[in-house]
Write a new protein. Sequence first.
Lengths: 137, 427
Amino acid sequence: MSYSDKVIDHYNNPRNVGSMDKSSADVGTGLVGAPECGDVMKLQIKVNRDTNVIEEAKFKTFGCGSAIASSSLATEWVKGKTVEQALAIKNMDIVKELSLPPVKIHCSVLAEDAIRAAIGDWKKKQEAAKPVAVEAR
Amino acid sequence: MSTDVKIPQSLPVTQHAVPQGVKLPIYMDNHATTPMDPRVLEEMLPYFMEKFGNAASRNHSFGWAGEEGVETARERIAKLIGATTKEIIFTSGATESDNLAIKGVAEMYREKGNHIITAVTEHKAVLDTCKRLEKYGYRVTYLPVQKDGLVDLEELKRAMDDKTILVTIMAANNEIGVVQPVAEIGKMCRERGIIFHTDATQAVGKIPIDVNKQFIDLMSISGHKMYGPKGVGALYVRRKNPRVQISAIIDGGGHERGMRSGTLNVPGIVGLGKACAIASEEMAHEASQLASLRDRLRDRIMSRLDETYINGTMGSRLPGNLNISFAYVEGESLLMGINDIAVSSGSACTSATLEPSYVLKALGTGDDLAHSSIRFGIGRFNTAAEVDYVADRVIETVERLRELSPLYEMAKEGINLKDVKWAGEAH
């Protein structure tokens, strides 16, 4: 197995490892992948409800070095971006940054999925919190 | 975008200093291949430039010197396994020996029957050969194994019918080191007049093999698994009680009693012979040393880490083999963390086909645990200091990766991972 220096760096010094409170209204949690596939990523974001800026991001990953690096990079990239900007992150950006070989491209796809899942979860929470309009009689 | 991936130069951060006498990187993957024993190399050297004759050159001293080297090797191999010299055929390795044995019997005994029995945990050299024979109209039964990795003898008995011409079951498995009940299988075959082949690549030189006591008719042997050279192996072919015949798969001159044509790899054969001679002398002592080192590795790791599972029974196993799954940690990421140590993993990410180990799957190990497995192969040149260092590095890396693992977190929270609806599709 040969890896790029950046993958090794993320592996040895992963950024933003940890967990946030799932139940918090400002936290979106994305859990993607499956143990049978050998890849599970949990990515969480904390969003400022006024500015929609992702202020904090954390990850945990069960997977190979490339999977760990992809999700670590994902948390680095989403921090400081608005939710809409984060949705623009594409897996091929991750592939390029980490020099992932073809056989590891699926790790970057999963990381992109994780970002979307976290944002999706956060958005759902914002929808649920909106006051329900009462029909005027 | 460049798709070139650079080889890592930086080693992972480790808390453990390298102990005295331990040289990095450590090789602990002796089921994949073994370093050559210096005594083997010494034995081989004259046959490259001085005694370089073709062993089939009957008419001059160059040929005779080569022939002598070959015949000495033949004796040494025969002695190790309880055979006679006329029953040893030289090949390019165990893969070829497996092909020769299985295809050779299939062709020779076609009139008698077309049914072959093997097991799901066999090496690809056996499985792929059987698959090819299925294309030619042979029927193959792939016996399952039990959770401990052993073939069920009752199942084997039930699978045998009057068209069965061959049973091929390995003596010891390359991934989990499990040793099959060879003598019982052999006896069952002998009683029914069915030829019994065993791929003994991992077993010869490591555990006692006797082709008569174990009722073996054909047996594959490999040089590079027993501190000998790569590119050479042998096939034992029984001549008496009963006489077994095989069709050749390589034609051209009729060498090796017509069973395997081609100029003999004299230096390789000499090396294989010397490796067998060393094994004859040292195997008993070495086996107990290796078992003790292996148990030391196992105990050190398992006393410090929870949720670790040994794959395959310890009760009938190669002395140097350990195959452990570390729950919640993926195999390739574990290997990356111990990249100063050479071992291998059953994880899909480490295989060419991106499939997790089919051997572990056959044991009923879940895919997630198959992805989390590491195979250690302790060999002649490993030391206790190396074992301790390896154990400590594995422990340290597993602990670190569990901190990174969402599965470990969920398990600690009391969530049963089998109840979770995972977002990922199966690949």
